[in-house]
Design a protein around this ligand. Structure first.
Ligand code: SAM
Length: 303
């Protein structure tokens, strides 16, 4: 049974981390002329109202986007992210928050492709509707993509990803962002990455994960770092001291395989700002690690 609804968490500190990094990765991909594909294996609903329904219940965005909303001293990477959300809220009041598909659709070019998977029967309908509205909006602006720019697919993103790799253009960013309420998600992510790297080792893969007490979570980034990849980057953001599992999320991470070379310097600039601005107590912190993975599949280690 699917109980997770992302609307409860929309705009929280974990979304801030995930979405500003995803936008930066997409901008980087867009710097080359050749088109690319963005694959979101766990897309969610695409857009969330913050002042009604699930999102208003715990108002998690108050410990996330709301703290950046009025800031005048944002680092450049956060300006791009906050500006995107400001466009979505032309009244100036923070009422709507974009999910990863919306962020991606907004920054990607007409020639790029989006492939979005969602399993929840309600969220898939909302996602379809939100993406259709964006297409209509673009048509009104006289912008029309050739072929099917956005495809929304109802189904298991772990499985669906296999059929999309390698992408035709040999350029792709894959975001893997499952709920992790089922602890098997940790293993599924690792197995999916191992399989995906066999199919397409040159892709950029970004994995979001919660930093929790449970063993699977504590060992997760280390296990991913053992995958056969050229390079990886691992960043976590904690906004307060650790809480027992089940009492709210205080920390989360992004693990990026084949990151752009500019990413680490950008994170060194932005992460201290996020700790200062989103942190709730003196335990707030970030971690940033990078490294080489095991030798990529099919390639001999350089001696
Ligand atoms: N990526 C979204 C964003 O940043 O806006 C949030 C995604 S949310 C953390 C995880 C989503 O995955 C939920 O909407 C859930 O219904 C969906 N989901 C759960 N298992 C799935 C699966 N095996 N395949 C595709 N979607 C799944």
């Amino acid at each position: 049974m699917l109980s997770y609804r992302h609307a409860f968490h929309a705009g929280n500190h974990a979304d801030v981390l995930k979405h500003f990094i995803t936008i930066q990765l997409l901008n980087y991909m867009g710097q080359k002329d050749a088109p690319f594909t963005y694959i979101d294996t766990h897309a969610g609903a695409g857009l969330y109202a913050l002042d009604t329904g699930y999102a208003a219940k715990n108002a998690e965005y108050e410990n996330g986007i709301a703290k950046l909303w009025e800031k005048k001293d944002l680092p450049a990477a956060l300006v791009e992210y906050v500006d995107l959300i400001k466009e979505l809220n032309p009244s100036g009041k923070l009422r709507y928050y974009p999910g990863s598909p919306y962020c991606a659709e907004h920054v990607m070019r007409l020639e790029d492709r989006l492939r979005l998977f969602e399993l929840h029967p309600s969220d898939i309908k909302i996602l379809h509707e939100n993406m259709r509205k964006r297409e209509l909006h673009q048509a009104e602006q006289g912008q029309k993509a050739r072929g099917k720019r956005v495809m929304v697919m109802a189904g298991d993103g772990f499985e669906g990803l296999k059929a999309l790799l390698p992408p035709q253009q040999r350029r792709a960013l894959v975001l893997i962002d499952p709920p992790y309420e089922d602890k098997r998600d940790y293993k599924r992510v690792k197995d999916t990455l191992a399989d995906s790297l066999q199919r397409f080792s040159a892709g950029t893969y970004a994995v979001w994960y919660p930093v929790l007490q449970r063993q699977e979570s504590r060992e997760f980034a280390r296990k991913l770092s053992q995958l056969p990849v050229d390079s990886w980057l691992s960043v976590t953001l904690s906004i307060s001291q650790a809480m027992p599992d089940g009492f709210g999320l205080h920390s989360s991470g992004m693990f990026i395989i084949n990151p752009p070379w500019t990413m680490e310097a950008m994170l060194k600039e932005v992460m201290p700002y996020l700790v200062k601005t989103l942190g709730n107590d003196s335990a707030a912190k970030f971690t940033l690690e990078s490294g080489q993975g095991a030798a990529p599949i099919g390639r001999k280690p350089v001696r």
